[in-house]
Design a protein around this ligand. Structure first.
Ligand code: NDP
Length: 433
C-alpha cells in the first residue's frame, strides 16, 4: 500500500489473495513472517519497462510503452501473455502477472508466472502496421525471454497474427528455432486446441462443478460477456454440452439473442471480418443490439464473464442474484470486483475465480512447450483430453483445499491456497532469493 499507492488493480489482486490466505498463514504465522514469504511472493523478480517505436502507414513514427513483468519462476520458466490494449499500464501487468503465478501452479504443469503488454491499440491498424509494431516490440523483448527463461503468449489484442510476427522477429534476431512463444500457428510449432483452450477449459470446469452439485448443463441458460477468443470458444463448448447461451458483448455494446448465439456467425464477424457486433445483429433476426454494458441484467442460470477486468460490479451481482443465478465462473482475469465476489459468495452462488476457471489456456500453452521440446505435435483428441483432465483436476484440487479449511464451495479460498502452497514450498526449498 505504501509502495504502490497508484496501482489499484495490483492491490486488488493482492488483497484478494492475501485475505483468503489468512487461515493458512495463521496456522504457521511465525514461520511465514521469518521467511518473508508473502513479501517475496508479492514483489516481482524483475519488471522491465521499455519504449516501442514504429512507423505507421502515413510515415509517422509512433511511440508506445511496453512492459514485461517476470514475477516468479519457482516452479518453471516465467509464463504469461502479452496484452495489447490502450489501457495497459504497470498496475494491470503486475496484477495479471501475480494472478498468473497461482493459475500456472494450479495447472499442475511446470510454469512460473509472468505477464507483459503494451499500450498500443491494434484496432483499425493495417497488417503492415501490426507487423511493424510487433517487430519493434520483439526487438527489445527478445533480450529477456527464451524457451527455458520466459515464454510469452497471447492475451487481449494479441492473437495468432501478432504471435506470428513476434515469433518471426525473435527467430531472425536470435538465429534459433525454439518454443519461445506459445499460441503459434499450427505450421510452425503451434498446438492444436490452443485457440479453443481457455473457453473449452472454462466449460470443462463448469461442467464438472455442475455435475458435482447434482445438476447438468443440458437445458441451462448461460450469459457470456466478451466476443473475443475466450468468449467465442466458451459459447461453442457450452452449446455442445447442451446449454443455451443468449448473450455476448464487446467494448461498444452487447447482444441478446433469444434463439441462442449463432457461433459460426459470431466467428465470421469477429475472427474473419474483425467487425463490430452490430454486424452480427444485422444478419440475425432473433438478436437485438444494445449500446453500452448490460449483459448481467439478463436472466441466467450461469454467468461467464469473458471480456476484461472489473466488468462485473456489485450492482451487476445484485441483479444476477435477483434473477436467480446459480453459478458464476470467470473466463476473463479478475472480471468480478472484490465487492461483487463477496456478495455472490454470501448469497450462496457458486463462484469460481479466473485463476482456476480460465487456466485451460495456459495449460495448453504448457503442452505446446512440451510438444516443442520433444519436436512432436499431438492430435486434437489427445490434447483436448489432456485439457479436460487438467480442468477436472483443478476443480477437485480447489474443492479439496477449501474443504481442508472447513470452507466447502469457497473456490476463491481453495484456488489461492492450492496455488500458494505449491509455489511457497518450491521457494523455500530453493533458498532465500
Ligand atoms: P480478445 O482480445 O480476444 O477479446 C476480448 C473481448 O473483451 C473483446 O470482445 C473486447 O471487445 C472485450 N473487451 C476488452 N477490453 C474491454 C473493455 N475495457 N471493456 C469492455 N470490453 C472489453 O481477448 P481474450 O478473449 O483472449 O481475453 C479475454 C479475457 O480473458 C482477458 O481478461 C484475458 O486476460 C483473459 N484470458 C485469456 C486467455 C486466452 O487464452 N485468450 C487465457 C486466460 C485468460 P473489443 O473487441 O470491443 O475490444
Amino acid at each position: 500500500e505504501r509502495q504502490y499507492p497508484e496501482q489499484a488493480e495490483f492491490k486488488q489482486a493482492v488483497t484478494e489473495v492475501l485475505e483468503s490466505l489468512r487461515p493458512v498463514i495463521e496456522r504457521d504465522e511465525a514461520h511465514y513472517r521469518k521467511e518473508a514469504l508473502l513479501e517475496r511472493l508479492t514483489t516481482p523478480d524483475r519488471q522491465l519497462l521499455f519504449r516501442v517505436a514504429w512507423v505507421d502507414d502515413e510515415g509517422q513514427t509512433q511511440v508506445n510503452n511496453a512492459y514485461r513483468v517476470q514475477f516468479n519462476n519457482a516452479i518453471g520458466p516465467y509464463k504469461g501473455g502479452l496484452r495489447l490494449h490502450p489501457s495497459v499500464n504497470l498496475s494491470i501487468i503486475k496484477f495479471l502477472g501475480f494472478e498468473q503465478i497461482f493459475k500456472n501452479a494450479l495447472t499442475g504443469l511446470p510454469i512460473g508466472g509472468g505477464k507483459g503488454g503494451c499500450d498500443f491499440d491494434p484496432k483499425g491498424r493495417s497488417d503492415r502496421e501490426i507487423m511493424a509494431f510487433c517487430q519493434s516490440f520483439m526487438t527489445e523483448l527478445a533480450r529477456y525471454i527464451g524457451a527455458d527463461i520466459d515464454v510469452p503468449a497471447g492475451d487481449i489484442g494479441t492473437g495468432a497474427r501478432e504471435i506470428g510476427y513476434l515469433f518471426g522477429q525473435y527467430k531472425r534476431l536470435k538465429g534459433t528455432y525454439e518454443g519461445v512463444l506459445t499460441g503459434k500457428g499450427l505450421a510452425f510449432g503451434g498446438s492444436l486446441v490452443r485457440t479453443e483452450a481457455t473457453g473449452y477449459g472454462l466449460l470443462y470446469l463448469v461442467d464438472e462443478l455442475v455435475k458435482d452439485h447434482g445438476s447438468s448443463l443440458a437445458g441451462k441458460t448461460l450469459t457470456v460477456s466478451g466476443a473475443g477468443n475466450v468468449a467465442i470458444y466458451a459459447i461453442k463448448k457450452a452449446q455442445a454440452l447442451g446449454a443455451k447461451v443468449v448473450t455476448c458483448s464487446d467494448s461498444s455494446g452487447w447482444v441478446y439473442d433469444e434463439a441462442g448465439i449463432d457461433v459460426e456467425l459470431l466467428q465470421e464477424v469477429k475472427e474473419v471480418k474483425r467487425a463490430r457486433l452490430t454486424e452480427y445483429v444485422a444478419k440475425r433476426p432473433s438478436a437485438t443490439y444494445h449500446e453500452g454494458r448490460g449483459v448481467w441484467s439478463v436472466k441466467t442460470d450461469i454467468a461467464l464473464p469473458c471480456a476484461t477486468q472489473n466488468e462485473l460490479t456489485l450492482a451487476d451481482a445484485k441483479q444476477l442474484v435477483a434473477n436467480g443465478v446459480y453459478a458464476v465462473a470467470e473466463g476473463a482475469n479478475m472480471p468480478t470486483t472484490l465487492e461483487a465476489t463477496k456478495y455472490l459468495q454470501e448469497q450462496g452462488v457458486l463462484f469460481v475465480p479466473g485463476k482456476a476457471a480460465n487456466a485451460g489456456g495456459v495449460a495448453v500453452s504448457a503442452l505446446e512447450m512440451s510438444q516443442n521440446s520433444e519436436r512432436l505435435s499431438w492430435s486434437f483428441e489427445k490434447t483436448d483430453e489432456e485439457l479436460k483432465q487438467i480442468m477436472q483436476n483443478i476443480y477437485y484440487n480447489i474443492k479439496e483445499a477449501a474443504l481442508e479449511y472447513d470452507r466447502p464451495d469457497d473456490f476463491v479460498l481453495g484456488a489461492n491456497i492450492a496455488g500458494f502452497k505449491k509455489v511457497a514450498q518450491a521457494m523455500e526449498a530453493q533458498g532465500v532469493y
